[in-house]
Ligand binder design. Structure first.
Ligand SMILES: Cc1cc2nc3c(=O)[nH]c(=O)nc-3n(C[C@H](O)[C@H](O)[C@H](O)COP(=O)(O)O)c2cc1C
Length: 215
């Protein structure tokens, strides 16, 4: 593990998902002391919502770009390069209104770019252009929605399936959901949900270490 991209998508400073991403970073740093962590705080520094001008910059090839368009394209190129550079990606993702936060959704609007992260073949359809690597989604939920597995989806969890689909659409097909359920259900369910998520994070990082040792 040389490079880990970590994104926090919670608008809250004292967020559960931030505790989870921090745990992931701590565990990875202990196992891989030379790891480079690229940290992008989408919650604290949200990107601009796309509008007519930004859609032109990010999804088309206008002859000239305004300053704002140039800046958005540059930032987008950089965020895509971060995904390219990383050996694994971690996303701290709160459940908001049964799906992802607005900040994460806006980041997706800035990085899901034709010709950059996805292509389209008229015969075979869409094709992801990023090279595959694990994406760990550390999902904090107020209530209980299962473990985000595709085999046993919860009907109100519109986060897990969506993230699996959109990352897969860009070529990142190995999306692993680690859920912290019951965060707003009182002390006991919260402690239980956190313990489960912590154990899964530790397990995931141990597996990364074992993979690296076997390579
Ligand atoms: C705007 C908003 C919408 C929320 N929607 C849901 C929801 O649909 N289902 C749920 O179980 N919890 C919901 N919650 C609770 C959060 O999922 C819960 O507090 C979680 O811990 C947030 O993650 P964070 O602590 O990382 O910010 C919502 C919270 C906020 C602020």
């Amino acid at each position: 593990m040389k490079t880990l991209l970590v994104m926090d998508a919670s608008p809250r400073k004292d967020a559960v998902s931030r505790q989870l991403t921090n745990r992931f970073i701590d565990r990875v740093s202990a196992k891989f002391p030379d790891v480079r962590i690229i940290h992008r705080d989408l919650g604290a520094s949200p990107l601009e919502h796309i509008d007519d001008e930004l859609i032109d910059a990010l999804r088309r090839e206008p002859e000239t770009l305004s300053e704002r368009q140039q800046a958005a394209r540059q930032a987008s190129d950089q965020m895509i390069a971060e995904m390219d550079d990383a050996d694994a990606i971690v996303v701290g993702s709160p459940l908001h209104n049964f799906t992802i936060t607005g900040a994460l959704r806006t980041w997706i609007d800035h990085v899901a770019r034709p010709g950059k992260t996805f292509g389209y073949d008229p015969e075979t359809g869409p094709k992801g252009l990023l090279s595959d690597k694990p994406v760990y989604v550390l999902s904090a939920r107020g209530g209980k929605y299962g473990d985000g597995s595709p085999e046993d989806p919860h009907p109100a969890d519109f986060q897990s399936g969506y993230l699996r689909h959109i990352f897969g659409f860009m070529g990142l097909k190995d999306v692993r959901i680690i859920a912290a359920n019951g965060m707003d259900m009182g002390p006991e369910p919260r402690a239980e949900g956190l313990a489960e998520a912590h154990a899964k994070i530790d397990e995931a990082v141990n597996a990364l270490e074992a993979e690296a040792a076997a390579a």
